[in-house]
Each structure stands twice: as structure tokens, then as C-alpha cells.
Write a protein that binds this ligand. Structure first.
Ligand code: SF4
Length: 439
């Protein structure tokens, strides 16, 4: 029975998909590239916010049509949606034949093997699963980067976030095991390891004697992996010791630090354990310690209690800190979290309008910062042929993370190889994208 897997959601889900494909391949189950060619379809879902849940359900229903008019015989749903809602999914979506949460990923093999014969089964386990370097993993994407999950779960308890309720408490992989996986990826030609987790800077805290995230970065610097990119840095965890280790570790000059807001009352209400003043100092300290660092953040607007004055404080903060990149989300009340019962709920139109205002302010800052790159020669990791037919190739500088930041379009057709680094002279800036030619 051929299996096709569709992945939705974030890079952490992408890793889970690759692990499931690894388990299926190791069990001798063939993988189909196209959903139309598979007898069994697996959808690895996201349940982060309502929009993500809607996309998950739409995708499930679209793929379910292949059961009526295609060769598909079974539809299995995995990931955050099923971890969160369990067998409710089977009741609500009769098209679904089986479910698996985010734990117990190896059980995907049993589910697929039984898929043709059985209906309405589920495999659920409390969140606790963590893979290691020996777990089979099939990296299907034809790109030179791979996500490496260094920890799972989160203990922070932000009042808007449902993740800890279905991804569980924070747990780290042993340092040596992460190093082993990164070495193996480097040996397979991967050029960039992107370290992901819910709370990257909490890495190691739960493992006595394991070392902290600074130790992990120093150890990864000894591997042959050219680029190491840690993501999701909670500002409350930054201290001088970490900054010292960071500055001497061989990681790309890129800091991804979600600030979420900049009004202290809102930050308290979000339970972010940090003040606006402190976050400003943290960004300044990273900029002082790392030459040419790119700083990315995310903010959440429309949180309960966000008055116009509180929102203006966020705008002032964005204007003053001048992030290189910024993603903005509007608040969505998540069941099972404290914030939906908070006073001062903001209506969705106001939240959307505030999101647009932050984005507009940030666009001007980002383009001004991007323009400074024109004329400079930068190292670019070539991801592959350009999606834009006007250019031959596209890749990224160290200041551009895949899938969330812009890209560099390279004009030359010759002398550039996918999956390799090349020196590029930046000729122009188009919004968040750079255009250049081989230097
Ligand atoms: S740090 Fe906050 S927002 Fe991030 S996963 Fe943990 S609880 Fe959620």
C-alpha cells in the first residue's frame, strides 16, 4: 500500500512528518510523491490557531474526495489537531479512518498496515515523545536545509497559548544526540541545520549535567554543518552568560526573538516574564555582541486589554528597536487558555487594523535596512531554481531564514549549483527580496 503524506503547519511538524516517513520507509512501505498515486493518505495537521485548524480541516476534506473517485482507501490524520481533539475528530469527520497524535510517531506504521482493513481506530498517547539521532527520518524536500528539533513542549504558560496543553511540558534531547543528528545531516550534504523547539533557550534545563543552549551551540560549532540557525528565542531567558557563549559559538548572525508586545501591563497579562525595557536591552546586547546580526521578531496584536495607548506603545517600540524583520499575528481566543476570559476583549476589526498598522510601520523600516545591502557582496546558500521565472536561481543570505524571510534571486544561470554556497553582489532590493549576480 503506497502512502502519501501532506504536512501542514510549522517546521516542528515538518520534522515529525520526516520521522513518520522514515518509519514507514524502514518498514518497507512505499512512499508516493503525489496524493493521487497513494492508497493511504496521511495528513499531519496543525492546530495552533483557528486559521490553522480551518486549513487542516479543509485539507482533510479535499483529500477525502480521493477516497470517492481515486485509488485512496484510507485517510489517517496525525499531528496537533488530533493530539488536541482526539477521537472528537473521528466523530466530527467520518471521512477519517484513523488518527495519531504527536506522541508515539512509530505507531504510524501499524496504522498504515491496518489501514485497508480497519476503520475507526486511533492511537493516542500523552505528550512525551522525543526522537533521537537513530530514529529513521526521511528528508523529502529537495532543499539544502533541515529542521532539527532540539526539545519539545513548553513550561512558560503564556496566557494566550494552547501549545503546552497538547505538546506537553518542556523536555530536551541529550546534547550528544543533537550533535550526532547534525553531523549525520552534514554528512548527507545538508548545509544548514535550523534548530527548532517551542522554547529553544530553555534547552538543557531539564537535563541535569546536560549543559544549556549555549553549550549546545558551542558543541554544534565543532560539527561540519556550515550554517546553524537557532529559532524561537524567548527574551526572558537571555542573560550575560548566554550572550558570551552565543558570541563565541559558530551560529549564523541571526536572532529570532518573539517579543509579542511592548506594553508592560499587556506583557504581564500575557505572562511573558519580561518587560519592554529589558527586551530593548536584550536586542541591543545581541547587536553589540554579533556584528551585522539580523533580528527578527513576532508581535501579537488585539490581546485582551490592549487599549489604543497600549498599542501605541508597541508601535513606538517597533519604531525605536528597528527590527530587521517582523511578523504580526492577531490574537485568537484559544479554548483551554486563560486569556479568553480576560476583560477588555478587542474586536477582530480593530485587531486587524492594528496588525496592518504595525506591518506598514515595519515595511518602511525593513526596506530602509535592506537598501543598505545594495552593492555589498554576500554569501548565499542556493536553495534551488527560482520560483520567479525572471531569475535562474534563488537562495538566502545568513540573515534570511527559509519560508519566513525573503530570498535572494540570482540572475546568472551558469556557475551556480543548487545546495551550494555562492558569493553574490546585491544589485537591488524588491520589497523583502534581494536581486543579485555572482560576484
Ligand atoms: S513560550 Fe509562550 S507562546 Fe511560546 S510555546 Fe511557550 S507558552 Fe506558547
Amino acid at each position: 500500500m503506497k502512502v502519501h503524506l501532506t504536512t501542514l503547519g510549522c517546521p516542528k511538524n515538518q520534522v515529525d512528518s520526516e520521522l513518520m516517513l522514515g518509519h514507514l520507509s524502514a518498514a518497507g512501505i512505499p512512499i508516493a510523491e503525489r496524493a493521487e498515486d497513494a492508497e493511504c493518505l496521511v495528513v499531519n495537521t496543525c492546530a495552533f490557531i483557528d486559521r490553522a485548524r480551518e486549513e487542516s480541516v479543509t485539507t482533510i476534506l479535499e483529500l477525502a474526495r480521493l477516497k470517492e473517485r481515486g485509488r485512496c482507501r484510507a485517510l489517517i490524520v496525525t499531528g496537533c489537531l488530533t493530539q488536541r481533539y482526539g477521537s472528537e475528530i473521528l466523530r466530527e469527520l467520518p471521512e477519517v479512518d484513523g488518527i495519531l497524535g504527536t506522541s508515539n510517531l512509530p505507531a504510524i506504521v501499524d496504522l498504515v498496515q491496518q489501514a485497508a482493513a480497519r476503520h475507526d481506530w486511533a492511537s493516542a498517547a500523552p505528550p512525551g515523545y522525543l526522537y533521537d539521532a537513530t530514529t529513521p527520518r526521511l528528508v523529502t524536500a529537495r532543499v539544502p536545509y533541515a529542521y532539527v528539533k532540539i526539545a519539545e513542549g513548553c513550561d512558560m504558560g503564556c496566557t494566550f497559548c494552547a501549545i503546552p496543553s497538547f505538546r506537553g511540558r518542556h523536555r530536551s534531547r541529550p546534547l550528544a544526540d543533537v550533535v550526532r543528528e547534525v553531523e549525520r545531516l552534514a554528512a548527507r550534504g545538508i548545509q544548514e541545520a535550523i534548530l527548532v523547539s517551542q522554547d529553544t533557550l530553555a534547552y538543557g534545563r531539564d537535563l541535569p549535567g546536560n549543559g544549556d543552549v549555549g553549550d549546545l551551540l558551542l558543541a554544534l560549532g565543532q560539527t561540519r554543518m556550515p550554517w546553524i540557525r537557532p529559532m524561537y528565542l524567548h527574551p526572558a531567558h537571555v542573560n550575560d552568560r548566554l550572550l558570551d557563549k552565543w558570541a563565541s559559538a559558530r551560529v549564523v548572525p541571526y536572532v529570532d526573538m518573539p517579543v509579542q508586545h511592548a506594553d508592560d501591563a499587556i506583557l504581564r497579562s500575557m505572562r511573558r516574564a519580561v518587560t519592554a525595557r529589558r527586551m530593548k536591552d536584550v536586542v541591543a546586547a545581541f547587536r553589540a555582541a554579533i556584528p551585522d546580526v539580523t533580528v527578527r521578531t513576532t508581535v501579537l496584536v488585539g490581546f485582551p486589554g490592549e487599549t489604543e495607548a497600549a498599542f501605541e506603545r508597541l508601535l513606538d517600540f517597533v519604531d525605536e528597536v528597528r527590527f530587521d524583520r517582523l511578523g504580526v499575528f492577531t490574537y485568537s481566543p484559544e479554548a483551554g487558555t486563560p486569556s479568553p476570559s480576560f476583560p477588555g476583549q478587542v474586536d477582530p476589526e480593530t485587531a486587524a487594523e492594528r496588525a496592518a498598522r504595525v506591518q506598514e510601520a515595519q515595511d518602511a523600516i525593513a526596506w530602509e535596512r535592506g537598501a543598505k545591502l545594495v552593492g555589498r557582496v554576500v554569501d548565499v546558500l542556493v536553495d534551488g531554481p527560482s520560483q520567479d521565472p525572471a531569475f535562474a536561481w534563488e537562495g538566502r543570505t545568513a540573515g534570511q531564514a527559509p519560508e519566513i524571510d525573503g530570498v535572494v534571486y540570482v540572475r546568472d544561470r551558469d556557475g551556480v549549483s543548487p545546495g551550494r554556497f555562492t558569493r553574490v553582489r546585491v544589485l537591488e532590493v524588491e520589497g523583502y527580496e534581494l536581486v543579485g549576480e555572482r560576484a
